[in-house]
Design a binder for this molecule. Structure first.
Ligand SMILES: Nc1ncnc2c1ncn2[C@@H]1O[C@H](COP(=O)(O)OP(=O)(O)OP(=O)(O)O)[C@@H](O)[C@H]1O
Ligand SMILES: [Mg+2]
Length: 366
């Protein structure tokens, strides 16, 4: 009998899905490590607890389980959306089947929970990477073609300005020089999407990066009147990253938030670790991702604005270029990370950046 119990335990731990066994009153009798991870509960706290109590935000799980206990029929729910304790969206598939007594009465149920969050985000990353790389190709092609004639135009306009015989002509020539300089700067900005752009990895303290950004903004008129709240996890390991690029990333994101807040409200900057699903890891790798969250309680975005965000040059601000988010996403992707924006009208905006920690706490990708 002991042998059999031991075997069951081993089998449960070997399964990559979360398994929860409940009794007829929907109390937890048994669960494996993956279920503990998904439900964010320790085994000790879970055993004997009613499903409803531990899964506070997931009342739907209990409803599902009660349906099966009542009907004795299995049910499956795909793409079940839940929120983690930190409020992050998770996507899980749930299958519930009845556990029958020998006399066919239902004595409980087995819940199989499959975390699809990682699989879904890998799919999204892939298509995002393809889109960015296509844009990078196009941008660097255009940049090259545009830059050469710009040099010629600028030179010619400078000659005109220096030889102008009256003020009106000199002003006109100077306008050309100035506007050409503006286009050149824009083209240079586009060049960063060219794939070969240099990136220098070194041991990087994420909090130093963020303090640097907040300090740069402290003197900006944009930040006046806005409360800035830091929620840093001091135990985070160092990243293997390009600190200058990360400053650029978070400066863009924080500026967007401050522009949205327009002098009132709170910008929260939070850091923490997130545990990855075992499937997403190389064997032996430590399971860690660093998460930086920038949340503002500004006006948020309408769904159609949200749809356009990934497109370079999309802007709703009269003086915006529409490159801030595209550039940020580009550098985060080059670090092997992800950038996700969650927003709704009047609900504020949360930008979640993940940066991978590889073996011994270094970013996994170069
Ligand atoms: N925190 C936010 N709250 C509300 N809207 C936002 C936020 N961040 C971005 N947006 C919307 O996304 C658009 C694109 O942002 P992005 O940073 O790419 O360009 P931009 O800020 O308009 O111009 P720039 O190139 O100067 O950064 C913005 O114009 C704005 O409409
Ligand atoms: Mg911006």
């Amino acid at each position: 009998m002991r042998e059999a119990a031991l075997d069951l335990r081993r089998v449960l731990e070997a399964v990559l899905d979360g398994i929860v066994v409940i009794d007829g009153a929907a109390r937890i009798e048994l669960l494996n490590a993956e279920a503990c991870r998904i439900l964010e509960i320790s085994e000790e706290a879970a055993l004997g607890a009613p499903l409803a109590r531990i899964a506070t935000t997931r009342g739907a799980l209990e409803t599902l389980a009660r349906g099966v206990l009542g009907s004795g029929r299995a049910c499956i729910e795909s793409d079940h959306r839940v929120r983690s304790r930190f409020g992050e969206p998770m996507l899980i598939d749930v299958a519930v089947s009845p556990l029958l007594e020998e006399d066919q009465r239902t004595r409980g149920a087995v819940l199989v929970l499959r975390d699809r969050t990682i699989a879904r985000s890998l799919e999204e990353q892939l298509s995002e990477r393809e889109r960015l790389s296509a844009f990078g190709h196009m941008a660097s092609g255009i940049a090259h073609e545009v830059k050469n004639p710009l040099g010629g135009i600028r030179g010619a306009a400078e000659i005109l300005a220096s030889r102008a015989t009256d003020a009106k002509m000199r002003d006109a020539a100077e306008v050309i020089v100035r506007e050409v300089a503006r286009i050149t700067a824009l083209v240079d900005e586009l060049m960063i999407f060219a794939r070969g752009e240099e990136i220098r990895f070194a041991a990087t303290n994420i909090h130093r990066v963020l303090e640097n950004v907040l300090q740069l903004l402290a003197h900006d008129a944009l930040a006046q009147g806005v409360r800035i709240e830091r929620r840093f996890d001091p135990s985070l390991p160092e990243l293997h990253a390009d600190a200058d690029r990360l400053v650029q990333v978070f400066l863009n994101l924080a500026r967007n938030a401050l522009q949205a807040l327009n002098g009132t409200g709170t910008l929260t900057v939070e850091t923490r670790m997130a545990l990855d699903h075992r499937l997403a890891l190389e064997p032996g790798a430590s399971a860690g991702t660093l998460v930086v969250m920038l949340a503002d309680d500004g006006p948020g975005m309408a769904p159609d604005v949200l749809d356009w965000l990934a497109t370079p040059f999309f802007t709703t601000r009269p003086d915006g270029v529409g490159l801030g988010l595209a550039v940020s996403r580009h550098w985060v992707t080059r670090h092997g990370g992800t950038l996700r924006v969650e927003s709704a009208p009047n609900r504020g905006t949360r930008v979640r950046v993940t940066l991978p920690l590889g073996r011994d706490g270094r970013a996994a990708m170069e």
